[in-house]
Design a protein around this ligand. Structure first.
Ligand code: 5GP
Length: 183
């Protein structure tokens, strides 16, 4: 472990409550008679994705996994966005995307570049609709102004560096069950 000081900002219980509320909103928004293609943006969204898809009980949910890299520069030891987004991996066949109702599930929307690129990617491949669910929104950090989550658990003020519940700092801390900020 490093000597960084971390402070919990959301507990496992608070996350669970918001995840259940989001699942209800998602069920109300997506049609009941069509499959929902739930896309996990790895690695950071993995725990949030697992909890959210389990809470969506009344839909036929299909799984997909993508990895996009938009990053990174070390700034005071923490990784910050540089601007270029590229799709590093996708488990989803194009035939699964055509006509699909897609829900991209992501850990954080920060500058907005990653989700803007991913949303455009799924539309390009023929998705019928593409919506976004995020655990955390950092609206003060947005550099792309036409992108916002359709469903979001918690909104942060400013630009705290977050770890835990899937999120890392140099691959560390992902397994913490709450959300923390590095002081
Ligand atoms: P965006 O393209 O919106 O700038 O970047 C989104 C990605 O940046 C997130 O998926 C996440 O990987 C990373 N990111 C942004 N802020 C944080 C943060 O506070 N903590 C961690 N661990 N990653 C972050």
């Amino acid at each position: 472990m490093t000597d960084k000081k971390i402070t919990q900002i959301y507990t496992q219980e608070q996350i669970k409550n918001r995840v259940n509320e989001m699942a209800d909103e998602i069920e109300k928004t997506f049609a009941a008679d069509r499959p929902l293609l739930a896309i996990c943006v790895i690695k950071g969204a993995v725990l949030f994705y697992a909890d959210l898809v389990k809470a969506i009980r009344n839909r036929d949910v299909r799984f997909g996994f993508v990895a996009a890299s938009s990053y990174y520069n070390a700034e005071g030891g923490l990784m910050r966005s540089t601007g270029t987004v590229n799709m590093k991996y996708s488990s989803v066949d194009e035939s699964e995307i055509v006509g699909a109702e897609v829900l991209i599930i992501e850990d954080i929307i920060d500058t907005g570049r990653t989700l803007k690129a991913l949303k455009a990617y799924f539309y390009e491949k023929g998705a019928k609709t593409v919506k976004i669910a995020t655990l955390l929104n950092k609206p003060d950090c947005r550099v792309v102004d036409d992108i916002d989550p359709d469903f979001n658990a918690f909104t942060l003020v400013g630009n705290p560096y977050i770890i835990g519940y899937g999120l890392d700092n140099a691959q560390q801390y992902r397994n913490l069950d709450g959300v923390y900020k590095i002081n």
